[in-house]
Design a protein around this ligand. Structure first.
Ligand code: HSE
Length: 402
């Protein structure tokens, strides 16, 4: 088989990691031929021959020796233009851009089909953990019931530092940025959008259904306070940012991203720092657990390298589950049990519990615990972006399996 010549877009945290990892491996059968960057003047953390750097995408697209595009830039719109242009030219692509993929997946699947080429993106969800290819190949049947876990390394890092080490929230966030875990705009991490994009990608490979991220409830840890942390400690729990897609029955499934009270004994309880952890539940095998580094230069680069090697063997996702006879339908008509911390007057009028099991009022803060519909939370999503409000889920096992 012919070695692959890579045209690399992006030479930041992940791009330089790919360069280092490729230099270190001997059996990859791939090398970087050109690197397209936004600014040629910018200082890089690794030395590369200056003639392979360019700031003109056409230097990659018009180079007929390049047979694989690897795209690891952080601008989702520019990423979309590059990836769709490469696919239109019949060039296979490896990408790690979860925001871009989650927003454009149906069109990107169509482009792959029309131009008989491939887009691989295992690095887009959970860094070094091979979630997507496993869902695509191994869990290729309808025994799969649920995929749930910690998909965002930065928010998990922040929660670990704050919960377990008593560090300051803002300092922990700054450290996540310095260590190269956080997005260029870290609000994507802490507001749950990064987890949401990964969940949307996981869902198409888990159940064969695309759900537009705009239609999914995602709520992060941006407004967590000492009050919430104390409440969790009193219950013997940690708060983790959890994403989940779960079948409610044969015909329906739901998905959402929300902080959750996680008690000891659950696999994800001990997933700390920038690690990710994914629990896969199925009808015949109960639970399986995948754990590993989900963010950072080298873990993400290792996943990109795995996709590069897969391309060397002509691997492509077949999206087989999308053509299953009966696919479940997404619904938000599901009841959750949640804790909402609020000031007496700040719970928006529309946020109506169907049942209240606990409520507490004090000068320092109030909370209500009870049952509420996911549709209600979705309908009031923008009103919940308020530092006086924090929502946390008590996990419920819709299928009565736990
Ligand atoms: N900002 C992301 C995270 C990077 O913290 O998980 C990996 O996708």
């Amino acid at each position: 088989m012919k070695d692959l010549n890579i045209g690399l877009f992006g030479f930041g945290t992940v791009g330089t990691g790919i360069y280092k990892v490729l230099e270190r491996t001997r059996n990859t059968h791939a090398s970087i031929r050109r690197i397209c960057v936004r600014s040629l003047a910018k200082k890089r953390s690794v030395d590369v021959p200056s003639d392979i750097l360019t700031d003109n995408p056409d230097d990659i697209f018009s180079d007929t020796a390049i047979d694989l595009v690897v795209e690891v830039i952080d601008d989702a719109e520019a990423s979309y233009r590059i990836v769709s242009e490469a696919l239109r030219r019949g060039l296979p692509v490896v990408s790690g851009n979860k925001a871009m993929i989650a927003r454009h997946l149906p069109e990107l699947i169509e482009l792959q089909r029309r131009h008989n080429t491939a887009l691989l993106y295992d690095a887009s969800a959970c860094g070094s953990i091979p979630v997507i290819r496993n869902l695509e190949e191994y869990y290729d049947n309808d025994l799969l019931l649920e995929v749930k876990g910690i998909l965002n390394g930065s928010s998990n890092y922040i929660l670990s530092r704050v919960f377990d080490h008593g560090e300051d929230y803002a300092e922990a966030l700054a450290k996540a940025q310095r260590l190269g875990f956080a997005e260029a705009d870290p609000s994507f991490d802490i507001k749950g959008f990064d987890s949401l994009f990964k969940l949307v990608i996981i869902t198409i490979h888990a159940l064969g259904v695309y759900v537009n991220p705009a239609d999914v409830f995602a709520y992060g840890i941006a407004s967590i306070s000492d009050f919430d942390i104390r409440y969790a400690r009193e219950k013997g729990a940690k708060i983790k940012l959890v994403a989940q897609v779960v079948k409610l029955d044969d015909d329906r499934f739901t998905l959402f991203v929300m902080p959750e009270f996680v008690v000891p004994g659950k696999y994800i309880y001990s997933v700390d720092d920038e690690y990710n952890g994914v629990v896969i539940r199925g009808e015949c095998y109960d639970r399986q657990f995948m754990f590993g580094k989900g963010a950072g230069s080298l873990p993400t680069a290792s996943s990109i390298l795995s996709d590069v090697t897969a391309r060397h063997h002509d691997y492509r996702y077949e999206y087989k589950k999308m053509s299953y006879d009966q696919r479940p339908v997404y619904t938000d008509d599901v009841t959750l049990r949640v804790y909402i911390r609020h000031r007496e007057q700040t719970l928006p009028d529309g946020v109506v519990f169907t049942k209240i099991t606990e409520s507490y009022v004090s000068e320092n803060g109030c909370y209500t615990v009870g049952d509420i519909s996911l549709a209600t939370l979705r309908a009031n999503r923008t009103l919940l972006d308020n530092p006086d409000i924090f929502i946390c889920n008590f996990p419920r096992f819709f299928l009565d399996l736990d």
